[in-house]
Design a protein around this ligand. Structure first.
Ligand code: 3HC
Length: 330
């Protein structure tokens, strides 16, 4: 099974007749579009689903720094380096807001980190693909952050207060990330023949993995039904994937590049593109730990945690000393 055993998986949505009075009142609050706050009563499965989703999201922001961090020292100009550095720092900030939102549900950041490091919790599949050249910085910003925004803008209206508020700031910053990526692509696509080839190559490698970011097809998505009933998710995976394709194909055309999906075709009747699904067997293999960079990514995070132990110890010792001094003074 590729999904964590959070209880909602595959069990269907509870019918009102099977709900307790507390559960009915909770669902009514969600249906009235009211926010759920940390001290409010919530079903255990709602809490577990949020911890799973927000935790995975936080891990994605942190692991997502690795493919781009790889290019900070090799950015072609000082300006590009400063912009990329700001973006990578933003991702660290996003991780922090999301870990904080998750902590309001009663799980500590250390516990979440441990579950990432021992492979019990996931992070986005996309970060298990390598970034091979500078054009990939353009394609990552444009496609990966572009897909992330498509998914995260609706999450500003998610039912859990701390998560929805964290998403407001994150979305503003992701929008800058998407533009910086597209700006790199515009420059490269309008550059020399070699630069244009690099831009096309980056698009070719990252197109289908970007489509995978939205999760499996609706029929394979085990959590969507319950998560949508609880307004943890606002849209289905396929709805968001379609919107992303519809938004991105004209951007590819504007760059003068070719869509890697040879069968892409505008469908007048549905008002969107017909597109080829990614190879789902590859997606599930990546989720199981068998993508091109899974082992490297986890090794890098494990090393960062181990090498940072003395910093955490020093900060805790400093906080203890400060508290003791304050107590004496009082
Ligand atoms: N990568 C890794 N795992 C994925 C995945 C992906 N792209 N898509 C789905 N999965 C996993 C799910 O987590 C679930 O496994 P689990 O039970 O072990 O958690 C399983 O596949 C089944 O999928 P479902 O569709 O049933 O799962 P969800 O209802 O949780 O939907 C989701 C998946 C759409 C990714 C949803 O969790 C979501 O909207 N998450 C919040 C957004 C997020 O995490 N974004 C990360 C993007 S990267 C990013 O933001 C960094 C930025 O800098 C670019």
């Amino acid at each position: 099974m590729y999904a964590q055993m959070v209880k909602t998986a595959g069990t269907g949505v509870k019918k009102p007749k099977d709900m307790t009075a507390e559960e009915k009142a909770f669902q009514a609050k969600i249906d009235r579009n009211e926010k759920i706050e940390p001290k409010d009563w919530m079903p255990d499965d709602y809490r577990a689903t949020l911890i799973r989703q927000i935790g995975q999201h936080a891990h994605s922001e942190i692991v997502g720094q690795l493919p781009e961090g790889n290019w900070l020292t090799r950015a072609p100009t000082l300006e590009r380096k400063a912009i990329l550095l700001a973006k990578v720092q933003d991702e660290a900030g996003h991780g922090l807001y999301l870990y904080s939102a998750c902590e309001t549900l009663g799980v500590s950041r250390d516990e979440l980190t441990e579950m990432l490091l021992n492979g019990k919790m996931k992070y986005s599949s996309i970060f298990n693909y390598p970034t091979l050249n500078w054009a990939d910085m353009g394609a990552v910003g444009w496609l990966v952050d572009g897909a992330a925004i498509m998914n995260q803008v609706p999450l500003q209206r998610t039912s859990y207060g701390p998560y929805s508020r964290a998403m407001v700031r994150i979305c503003k910053e992701e929008s800058f990330h998407q533009r910086q990526g597209y700006a790199i692509m515009m420059k490269m696509a309008a550059g020399t023949a070699d630069q244009k080839r690099m831009a096309q190559d980056a698009l070719d490698r990252l197109w289908f993995p970007s489509l995978m970011m939205f999760g499996p097809s609706n029929k394979e998505s085990v959590h969507s039904e319950q998560s949508m009933a609880w307004r943890i998710k606002i849209n289905t995976n396929d709805e968001l994937r379609q919107k992303f394709v519809d938004q991105t194909v004209p951007q590819i055309e504007f760059l003068g590049l070719t869509c890697p999906d040879k069968d892409i075709k505008w469908n007048e009747e549905k008002g969107g593109y017909d597109y080829t699904d990614p190879d789902w067997s590859e997606f599930f293999a990546v989720l199981k730990g068998n993508g091109p960079c899974n082992k490297d990514r986890l090794a890098a995070r494990n090393a960062a945690w181990k090498n940072g132990a003395w910093v955490r110890d020093a900060m805790l010792a400093h906080a203890r000393k400060k508290a003791a001094r304050k107590a004496v003074a009082a």
